[in-house]
Ligand binder design. Structure first.
Ligand SMILES: Nc1ccn([C@@H]2O[C@H](COP(=O)(O)OP(=O)(O)OP(=O)(O)O)[C@@H](O)[C@H]2O)c(=O)n1
Ligand SMILES: C[C@](O)(CO)[C@H](O)COP(=O)(O)O
Length: 241
């Protein structure tokens, strides 16, 4: 039976077994010297917020954390200290996000039919965003949360505008991006083999001709990329208390 046939058959049954892969092996080059994975947000490291959101999801059965070699010990300690019982492995990632995600996707258990890839640097993902992406991927094999872009977006050459893009068709994509396990392993391997620089996992799937469904994201599901994002994240967190 084909990839999507197997998933469709389960549509009205239990949600397929879903493993999360958390890429947290980046170098945080845009953070002006702060290590964004371990930096404190509210009372806890960023990664603690991220893992708590995934560990608490009833639709996620196991979690593989991918980190840098120099962070293996502190990250492992965090998983024990905070009793994240679904974390089965903490492994070392690669030079690119794609290599890190693929390393994690290869370490999930054979039971996993779906893999939800969620940036370690997106600590504020709401539970309904996680659920919606997993449930949609269970139906169609590939899904990711997104929000409509709020700015007017220009295409430019240097500092000269070439065109104003149609905002109604533009979305900012987030994580978790959820895929059938074999599909994402194959797509990421092909992207690496081809030397294709993809900035998200959907792009690896798109480039082999597969369709990705979008689900409702959240403007609070920001990625900590620059120091300003940490300030915004603190404000979002305070608003939740
Ligand atoms: N080789 C890499 C690069 C990135 N990531 C992870 O992918 C997520 C999204 O990447 P990004 O925000 O770009 O993180 P960094 O690569 O650390 O940031 P920068 O590009 O500023 O160095 C982060 O959780 C990051 O740790 C990873 O696991 N392995
Ligand atoms: C995967 C991602 O978070 C989706 O928005 C994003 O593409 C990562 O990109 P970055 O280049 O690592 O910031």
């Amino acid at each position: 039976m084909g990839l999507f046939g197997r998933l469709r058959r389960r549509k009205n049954a239990q949600t397929p077994y879903c493993a999360a892969v958390v890429p947290a092996a980046g170098s945080a080059a845009r953070m002006e010297g702060q290590d964004k994975i371990l930096t404190i947000l509210g009372d806890y490291p960023v990664l603690v917020h991220t893992l708590r959101a995934l560990n608490d999801s009833a639709l996620i059965q196991e979690i593989v954390v991918v980190t840098r070699g120099d962070l293996i010990v502190p990250v492992g300690q965090i998983c024990r200290d905070f009793a994240f019982g679904k974390v089965t492995k903490v492994i070392v990632g690669g030079d690119t996000r794609t290599a890190s995600v693929l390393a994690g996707a290869r370490e999930v258990s054979g039971e996993a039919e779906l893999i939800a890839i969620h940036d370690g640097a997106r600590p504020l993902v709401p539970p309904e965003v996680v659920d919606a992406a997993i449930l949609r991927a269970a139906e169609c094999g590939a899904a990711a949360p997104a929000v409509p872009v709020k700015d007017t977006v220009k295409r430019a050459s240097g500092a000269l505008v070439e065109a104003t893009l149609d905002r109604d068709s533009l979305f900012a994509v987030q994580t978790p991006q959820v895929f059938h396990a074999d599909l994402i392993r194959g797509a990421l391997q092909k992207a690496l083999d081809d030397g294709a620089a993809v900035t998200d996992d959907c792009a690896a799937v798109e480039r082999i001709g597969m369709t990705v469904a979008l689900t409702e994201g959240s403007y609070e599901n920001i990625k900590i990329t620059t120091p300003t994002d940490l300030l915004i994240a603190e404000a979002i967190l305070s608003g939740r208390e």
